[in-house]
Design a protein around this ligand. Structure first.
Ligand code: MG
Length: 315
């Protein structure tokens, strides 16, 4: 049998729990602390967030296939004359590095990532090694064109290896071989978390960052706003969790994965840009998305540049 005191205590605890779950307790606490916090500004126990120096910079970027024009010079000229700072290339082991590097001479553009498919989740160790060797030859290209790195998604669809084994094999074997190879060439592998319908393995930026931290040199991470919109609770929090490991960002409209701006008010990246500013991010923000049916690509691209610059200022 409960005593009367025990019943009263239970009732109070239940009220506290409900307040906590509805957030009313936190609001009450914040209101109560507000004058003290204001007075104690500078000496407060709460961290003061100071944007890093040098400050973050918005470097807009397009993937090779999206750039209007044909041939190295036409495409690179387009980027320079339309407000872009970087270029993202296909993951092609046969890329004409000499021709491309010649076309890049004297330009302000830098090479962001190389983007293509990868899968290191096969149960057969020989199949995994064959994939490592194939990807290493693309990492050679990444080094030759002075790219930030080759984008890697360790597993797609249904991984044949169990999760624990897959993570360990990636950190200690397949991923590490590629990261060490990349590091020697002055580039990296860039881990990309995907949506749950594409992979059950690595879906959040923080998860990728933890894998990169475990792997060490030559391994970095990226965030793709499209995947993040489904998988993250906060764009800003996700980017902050990557910190200095973040070397690339993909962006698209947030309802249909087209050119940003195509989905109207849904295309709000301000919270994510705040996160990028807080970590002093100076890598590329690169469009990975399609052209909406019947849309004028060049007009939509120009609108995107304007929209993203405005939202960067607002962040
Ligand atoms: Mg992507």
């Amino acid at each position: 049998m409960f005593t009367r005191q025990a019943k009263t205590r239970n009732r109070r605890n239940e009220m506290k729990r409900r307040e906590f779950l509805t957030g009313t307790a936190a609001v009450g606490l914040a209101a109560a602390c507000a004058p003290t916090a204001a007075k104690a500004d500078g000496g407060s126990a709460m961290p003061k967030l100071t944007p890093p120096n040098p400050p973050a910079q918005l470097n807009l970027c397009l993937q090779w296939g999206m750039i209007p024009g044909n041939g190295f010079n036409a495409k690179l000229d387009y980027l320079e004359s339309h407000g872009y700072n970087c270029v993202e290339l296909p993951a092609d082991a046969k890329w004409d590095c000499a021709g491309f590097n010649k076309a890049m001479e004297g330009r302000k553009l830098t090479v962001a990532t190389l983007c293509g498919p990868s899968d290191l989740s096969k149960a057969d160790p020989q199949a995994r090694q064959a994939e490592v060797d194939r990807l290493k030859s693309i990492i050679d290209v990444a080094g030759a064109v002075k790219s930030v790195g080759l984008i890697i998604c360790p597993a797609r669809g249904k991984p044949e290896l169990p999760f624990k084994e897959l993570r360990q094999d990636f950190v200690e074997n397949t991923g590490r071989q590629m990261a060490e190879h990349a590091y020697k060439l002055g580039t990296s592998i860039v881990l990309e978390p995907l949506r749950r319908n594409e992979t059950p393995f690595m879906r959040q930026v923080a998860d990728a960052a933890a894998i990169a931290r475990d792997m060490g040199k030559g391994c970095t991470v990226m965030g793709d706003f499209w995947h993040m919109a489904l998988e993250e609770t906060s764009f800003m929090g996700a980017f902050i969790s990557a910190g200095k490991l973040l070397t690339h960002v993909h962006i698209a409209s947030l309802k249909n994965r087209k050119i940003p701006g195509s989905d109207g008010d849904a295309d709000n990246y301000i919270d994510g840009f705040k996160g990028l500013k807080l970590i002093g991010y100076r890598g590329a923000v690169s469009l990975e998305g399609g052209v909406p049916k019947g849309g004028n690509k060049e007009e939509l691209l120009d609108n995107m540049v304007k929209l993203l610059r405005e939202q960067w200022e607002q962040a």
